[in-house]
Design a protein. Structure first.
Length: 131
């Protein structure tokens, strides 16, 4: 429940409240026996928190969360996509390019109309405009 409320708060612009709710959702999930058997649930919540931190301009904090998620699961494409977006916002274009390259390899056979693949294409266009 906290996770859904956090996303709603982020979408309405109440980023401070969203971050508090994200923390509550992650803390609650970590205590659940069911979640311990599937850590991707926690990673999904952390991804959402990273998106909120990014929206709040807290790029280093977002990057720390995403790096932790990717250390546990390097194939977590949406976290890698968010990491590339954060790196772009930080003007770390070379690192963003590396993340984009990894994503393109990871999603080589993905549906080209997938929401995240479309976001990746947009990011590639932005990166090319920076070079």
């Amino acid at each position: 429940i906290y996770a859904a409320h956090a996303i709603n708060k982020r979408e309405t612009g109440d980023l401070a409240a969203a971050l508090v709710l994200h923390d509550k959702a992650v803390d609650e999930a970590k205590q659940s026996i069911l979640v311990l058997e599937s850590l991707h649930v926690v990673d999904d919540m952390l991804y959402e928190k990273a998106k909120t931190l990014t929206a709040a301009g807290q790029y280093e904090a977002a990057l720390d969360i995403l790096n932790g998620t990717l250390q546990r699961n390097p194939l977590n494409g949406i976290s890698l996509l968010q990491k590339a977006k954060v790196l772009m916002a930080m003007e770390s274009y070379q690192e963003a390019h590396q993340a984009v390259d990894s994503l393109q390899e990871l999603w080589v056979n993905a549906d080209p109309e997938n929401q995240y693949v479309l976001e990746l294409k947009e990011l590639v266009t932005q990166l090319h405009a920076m070079n």
